[in-house]
Structures are given as structure tokens and as C-alpha cells.
Design a protein around this ligand. Structure first.
Ligand SMILES: Nc1ncnc2c1ncn2[C@@H]1O[C@H](COP(=O)(O)OP(=O)(O)OP(=O)(O)O)[C@@H](O)[C@H]1O
Ligand SMILES: [Mg+2]
Length: 361
């Protein structure tokens, strides 16, 4: 296992002199701790595969360095980096048995037969492939083939890291759920450093100790599920994580008060200090879970109109209009219908502020 550092890393596939900012990865410096279970989360095209391939050595970065345990590996070929990579579609030898497929990476490195047997049995058991070990891979289902690919990624205990690039895409939804839990167990058991790429927030949040969120070639936050939920560092994280995502409302600030169209909210001391003299684009962010609804005017409430209510059994999902803004709220219950007048409270301690999309308070 290794600690992986990216130092002033950036990547442009085709350096473009007329658009020098045309990066698949924008400049970043970050660390992946030894033994960590990371998810790399972001929408299609944000640069997840590019970043993974730069770590494994399949792509050489156009700028910056990659270090494993302090050693510069930027110019090393993938074979010399000691990384296991599992791709979206199965990469296996169809004519070999399941056993031989799993044993291949170990035999390749001169492992003794008894050790190969022990390790292959262990990994096969974890992935529930033991009954298939003697079968040829060609006769197996797509799901089983992808399990073999996962097994080939996990079989070597001495790799610097195992990289997964959306490995469960081709898998049936129920098995997908089981395998995700399994990968988490395997991580605890084998203590491998794992980086798991996905564009699915549920997959990322259930698998990883730390989720690295990317958008448009930039890492905008790396944090636990709780940090991403409670303290999104960037408006994109607020919007992308959560269902529905964070309410993001453009506002202006004056005399200790945030002014929205149709309402105003007193600032906490922390927000007042952080926003003092600020003249960038200010956005107020509040999660739907923290919006409060009253049926009469009370302290710190603003008048709003109900536009929709959906009762989902465990909670209610409601939408309100406040001036030009639409505000979503997740409430325990709400006895109201579209058109009703209500008063909304956005509690100061749950309200975050962003300047040019980056959190300041
Ligand atoms: N070989 C390549 N040559 C040129 N541009 C590329 C190449 N591979 C990727 N790109 C571009 O780099 C950007 C990042 O692509 P990348 O494949 O890393 O995204 P991704 O997050 O993995 O997306 P997805 O979720 O669809 O797999 C995209 O704009 C893509 O078009
Ligand atoms: Mg990709």
C-alpha cells in the first residue's frame, strides 16, 4: 500500500495554445492516504477516468508530478507502478478457468503454488466464486465475469492501490448492492488502498470513508458523507449531493442581513464577519432538511406560497415560492396544498454562504 500524492497536477489531452485553460484536469494538489477507501464522484466528463489513469500510469499528466510514498513515479510505466485497475467491463481470459484467472496476477509474480492456492481461495470466498473456480470463464454470466475482474484486482496484497472505474455498471441492481457491501468488507479485511470511481452518490457514500467530489476537471471537496452533507465547500457539492440537493439562492448582504427576493435573513456573527466588504457573487445555501415551515408569521420568517406537496410516507417533500426563488423542503409532515400561504424560516446556524461558489461561512 502507498500514500499517493498529486503535486501541482493538471492535464490537457491536446495542449491548445488558443485556449490555454482547456484542461481535462485543472491544477490540483492532493493526497490519498495509505489504506483509505475513497470514492471519486462526479458527473460524466468531469475527469474521473483521466485522474484514475494518471494514477495508474495509463495517461502521463501534461503538468505536475505523481508520488507514491514520496517517490516520484510520474515517468514510470503502469507495470512498474504496482497498481491493480478494474474497468467498467470485464477484462478476463475467457479460455481459462476462474481459478487460473484469479491466479494469473500472482503466478506472474512468481508466487509459490501453495500460496497461490491459499490466496485465490480466500478472494474467491469473499466474492462468492468458490463454486465456480473449476469452470471456464467463457460459460459464465456477465455478472460472474465482472466478479472475476474484481477478484483479479483484489488478489495481490502487495499493490500500491486498487483502482475501480465504475466496476458495477454492467451488474444487475440487486447484485450491485451486495457487491458494494462486499467491497467495503473486503477493504476492512485486506486493508488495501481503494479508489472507486462512480457518478452515483449513493454508491459513493455507502462505499467510501472519504468521497472526493469533482466537477469540470476540478476537485471541489474531499470529505466524509457527513461533511459533504452538512458543510458543502462548493455550491456544486450542495447541489449534487442530497435528494433533492441544497437550495442555492442568490442574495445580497447589507447591515448584518442577507436580502433575498421576498425575504431577509439576519446573519449569524460568523457569516457577518466572513461576508464583510464582500463584493463577489453571494449565494445562500440551505439543505431542504433544515427549512422550517410555519402557518403564522413568527420571528425570522418570510412569507411564501406552497407550490407542491408530495407525501412520501416517511416525510413530505414540499416546494415553495419565495419571491422569485423556489425553495424545496423535506418536512416530517405538512398539512397544506398548492396555493396556501405559509411562513418559512431558514435557521441561521444551518444557512451557509458562498462567494463565487466557494463556501465562506
Ligand atoms: N483520450 C482523450 N482524448 C481527448 N480528450 C479526452 C480523452 N479522454 C477524455 N477526454 C476528455 O476529457 C474530459 C474528461 O473525461 P473523462 O473520461 O476523464 O471523464 P469521466 O469523469 O471519466 O466521465 P464518464 O463518467 O463519462 O466516464 C472530457 O471532456 C473528455 O471528453
Ligand atoms: Mg470515466
Amino acid at each position: 500500500m502507498a500514500r499517493i500524492e498529486l503535486v501541482d497536477l493538471a492535464h490537457a489531452y491536446k495542449p491548445n495554445p488558443s485556449a490555454p485553460g482547456d484542461y481535462a484536469l485543472r491544477p490540483m494538489t492532493m493526497q490519498w492516504e495509505d489504506g483509505g477507501a475513497y470514492a471519486l464522484l462526479g458527473p460524466s466528463g468531469c475527469g474521473k477516468t483521466t485522474l484514475l489513469n494518471i494514477i495508474s500510469g495509463l495517461v502521463r499528466p501534461s503538468h505536475g508530478r505523481v508520488l507514491f510514498d514520496g517517490k516520484d513515479v510520474t515517468d514510470l510505466q503502469p507495470e512498474a507502478r504496482n497498481i491493480a485497475q478494474v474497468f467498467q467491463f470485464p477484462v478476463i481470459y475467457d479460455t481459462m478457468t476462474v481459478f487460473d484467472n484469479l491466479a494469473f496476477p500472482l503466478r506472474n509474480r512468481g508466487w509459490k503454488t501453495a500460496e497461490v492456492n491459499r490466496r485465490v481461495q480466500q478472494v474467491a470466498e469473499m466474492l462468492e466464486l468458490s463454486a465456480d473456480l473449476k469452470h471456464r470463464a467463457s460459460g459464465l454470466s456477465a455478472d460472474a465475469k465482472q466478479k472475476i475482474s474484481l477478484g483479479r484486482g483484489l488478489v495481490r496484497p502487495d499493490v500500491a492501490a486498487v483502482l475501480f472505474d465504475e466496476p458495477l455498471t454492467v451488474i444487475d441492481p440487486h447484485l450491485k448492492w451486495l457487491l458494494r457491501r462486499k467491497l467495503k468488507e473486503i477493504h476492512h479485511e485486506l486493508k488495501l488502498s481503494l479508489i472507486y470511481v462512480t457518478h452515483d452518490q449513493v454508491e459513493a457514500l455507502t462505499f467510501a470513508d472519504k468521497v472526493v467530489v469533482m466537477t469540470q476537471g476540478e476537485v471541489v471537496q474531499a470529505g466524509s458523507a457527513q461533511e459533504l452533507f452538512e458543510e458543502p465547500a462548493h455550491t456544486f457539492v450542495g447541489y449534487f449531493i442530497g435528494n433533492p440537493g441544497m437550495n442555492l439562492l442568490p442574495c445580497t448582504v447589507a447591515d448584518g442581513v442577507a436580502h433575498l427576493d421576498g425575504g431577509s435573513i439576519p446573519l449569524t456573527e460568523r457569516a457577518r464577519v466572513a461576508l464583510q466588504g464582500e463584493n463577489g457573487k453571494i449565494t445562500l445555501g440551505i439543505r431542504p432538511e433544515f427549512v422550517e415551515c410555519e402557518f403564522s408569521q413568527q420571528a425570522d420568517t418570510s412569507p411564501a406560497t406552497v407550490t407542491s406537496v408530495r407525501n412520501l410516507g416517511t416525510h413530505c417533500l414540499a416546494e415553495f415560492s419565495l419571491g422569485v426563488h423556489t425553495i424545496a423542503a423535506k418536512l416530517r409532515q405538512l398539512s397544506a396544498a398548492a396555493g396556501d400561504k405559509v411562513w418559512l424560516r431558514l435557521p441561521g446556524e444551518r444557512t451557509l454562504f458562498y462567494v463565487n461558489d466557494k463556501r465562506v461561512a
